[in-house]
Design a protein around this ligand. Sequence first.
Ligand SMILES: C[S@@+](CC[C@H](N)C(=O)[O-])C[C@H]1O[C@@H](n2cnc3c(N)ncnc32)[C@H](O)[C@@H]1O
Length: 237
Amino acid sequence: MTSRNDDRVHDAERALRRRLDRCGNWFQRLQFPYKTHVIRESGLLSYLSPDGTLVDVGCGTGIVSCLVALALPDKRVIGVDTDRRRLDWCTRLADGIPNITFLHADVQHYTFPPIQEAVCLDVLHHLRPTAQDRLVFSIVANLQPGGRFILFEVDTNPAQKWKYWMSLVVDHVLYPFQERANFRRAEALLDLFRRAGLETEIVQPLPSPIVAPILYVGRRLAGDGAVAPSSSGPAGC
Ligand SMILES: C[S@@+](CC[C@H](N)C(=O)[O-])C[C@H]1O[C@@H](n2cnc3c(N)ncnc32)[C@H](O)[C@@H]1O
């Protein structure tokens, strides 16, 4: 990451911290250290263009959306989530940030606008593998040529295996009523990137004390490099 991006992240973090103190709730405050850690460690900002539209797919508490919008004031940020309660928290946190919008929608049926980037942090595994495939294809179909899909997902085979089990536990505690988390092997996700027409730029395990996330960055090829999603389902999960 460039030092200019470092400065932007630090400034945005400070501004967001002040907002959290003013109008955040306990869950946003709890998540803030981990999410900002992931943003810093991944160098997220270095993959984003200064303008254009970014969709935060499954924006949750809105921390990532708000940080990006604060750090890149010329970018339009759209956070999409199915959870109305969280969207209320997001709206409160983002009050007065002009370049951010939150929408209530299921990303499986959301009509993406033309986008420069989509960020999907800890969300894809909430969908079944075939739905994951469809979502990534629909994102890529709306990415500008050269645009990026930035995915954070759990490493199913980390060096410290207990971190994988910890991911399952955390997911179950946070989402007790949904079906099991559909974490997929890195090979399956990279195969999905290839089929959707993304050129993989980065596959980077991120340091984290409790769980083991991996950053995947794919760039849309200039032409239409996509292969139609398979009706017989995705490659091995
Ligand atoms: C683990 S949270 C991650 C939130 C956020 N990306 C972050 O990193 O802070 C997963 C989020 O995805 C949302 N989600 C799950 N399935 C979704 C869907 N089909 N459409 C939109 N949002 C969804 C959930 O409501 C939840 O807020």
